[in-house]
Design a protein around this ligand. Structure first.
Ligand code: SAH
Ligand code: SF4
Length: 357
């Protein structure tokens, strides 16, 4: 019989890890030690760790390239820093050669990592470099966890006293299209025995996958929700976000209202401002009416230019913001500190492909 294909240790939750060890005759106590080694101490070479003999024997027999388990440790193909040095963007190569992006952002001494959840994306938003790439595959939980570990490692070297406190799922891909893996990864990342990023400091950003939002509401999800809207009329939104045809605005806003009512949580709405497309005063006024009664924070994002889209950044952002504020909504511009390092979603990968061709 052919041996089972190797699995990533980073794919396993704490209970699964305990079961795997138990199946190898190792008592549960050692699961905690191994978990700490992986997620607190960030051991990259488990064989070098000073484990007690039963765990050491299991690691020697089971972990390694030719063994039952491996560790997710993507290669850094490229790293770019913003001119202020506070944003670092990594192009990471996965085991199968596919590339993803991870960004470490520092602002006011607080550090946030932005991770990818898929290679490419199936949602096809016209202005997004990842959408222009199409869908390649979902990431496994371990591939999501490994991005956080990488960012934490970089931060530890750059600023040893600082903690990585925040996580946003705003890199490549649509998190709610890969929901099971995403939620499993978030369980691992928020586990206080290990990495321990608090659920209230984790934001899932979605293009508006309604069944996913409904599931978050039903499960009373502890994570924050950000919804990328970009349009306050159906035609306006559908021109930018093709999946609006599948989950139209009224259905989406209903799901958001329900999520807000059930969880009592504020929702962040993301709005990429594009000249002449979705930046008029009338659009802002309609948005305010559409979101009436929703506990909403609106984040305005300046458009980052991409090769596959010829729209331009808006100059009307401040007027847009003013209307929403007058209607009582907190409304801010998303910090894009990394704009000089091609910090838009999927853009570093696009750049590297261009220079490779
Ligand atoms: N798929 C999820 C999360 C990843 S995209 C989502 O769409 O929400 C994260 C955010 O970046 C989204 O709000 C998206 O609209 C925005 N974005 C993507 N490409 C952009 C670009 N070229 N300029 C500005 N914002 C962009
Ligand atoms: Fe996918 Fe988000 Fe890009 Fe849309 S904006 S294509 S959902 S990654």
């Amino acid at each position: 019989m052919k041996p089972a294909p190797p699995k990533s240790l980073h794919d396993l939750g704490f209970e699964e890890l305990t079961e795997v060890l138990a199946a190898g005759g190792v008592i549960p106590h050692h699961a905690r030690t191994l978990w700490r080694a992986l997620y607190r101490m960030d051991a990259q070479e488990l064989r070098e760790m000073d484990f007690l003999p039963p765990l050491k024997r299991w690691v020697d027999a089971s972990v390694g390239e030719d063994k039952a388990f491996f560790l997710d440790a993507p290669d850094v193909v490229e790293e770019i820093r913003s001119s202020d040095g506070l944003t670092r963007k990594f192009l990471l190569r996965l085991r199968d050669g596919r590339m993803i992006e991870t960004v470490l952002m520092g602002y006011d001494g607080r550090y946030t990592v932005c991770v990818s959840t898929q290679v490419g994306c199936a949602m096809g938003c016209v202005f997004c470099a990842t959408g222009q790439m199409g869908f390649v595959r979902h990431l496994r939980p371990g591939e999501i966890v490994a991005q956080v570990l990488h960012a934490r490692r970089v931060l530890k070297q750059a600023a040893p006293n600082k903690k990585l406190r925040n996580l946003v799922l705003m890199g490549m891909g649509e998190p709610l299209h890969n929901m099971d893996s995403v939620l499993h990864a978030l369980d691992i990342i928020s586990d206080t025995r290990g990495i321990g990023i608090g659920p209230s400091r984790i934001a899932i950003s979605t293009v508006g996958v309604v069944p996913g939002i409904r599931r978050m509401a039903e499960e009373n999800s502890p994570y924050r929700l950000a919804v990328s809207l970009h349009g306050s009329r159906e035609e306006e939104r559908a021109a930018l976000v093709p999946v609006s045809g599948r989950w139209p605005l009224d259905t989406l806003i209903d799901a958001c209202r329900d999520y807000g009512a059930r969880t009592g949580k504020r929702i962040f709405f993301e709005w990429t401002l594009i000249d002449g497309e979705n930046d008029s005063p009338a659009t802002a006024e309609r948005l305010a009416i559409m979101l009436e009664g929703v506990d909403a924070h609106i984040n305005l994002i300046p458009l980052n230019p991409t090769r596959g889209y010829d729209g331009a950044a808006s100059h009307a952002g401040h007027a847009f913001q003013k209307i929403l504020r007058a209607a009582g909504f907190p409304c801010t511009f998303r910090q894009r500190r990394g704009i000089d390092v091609a910090a838009g979603c999927g853009m570093l990968k696009e750049d590297s492909r261009r220079s490779a061709s």
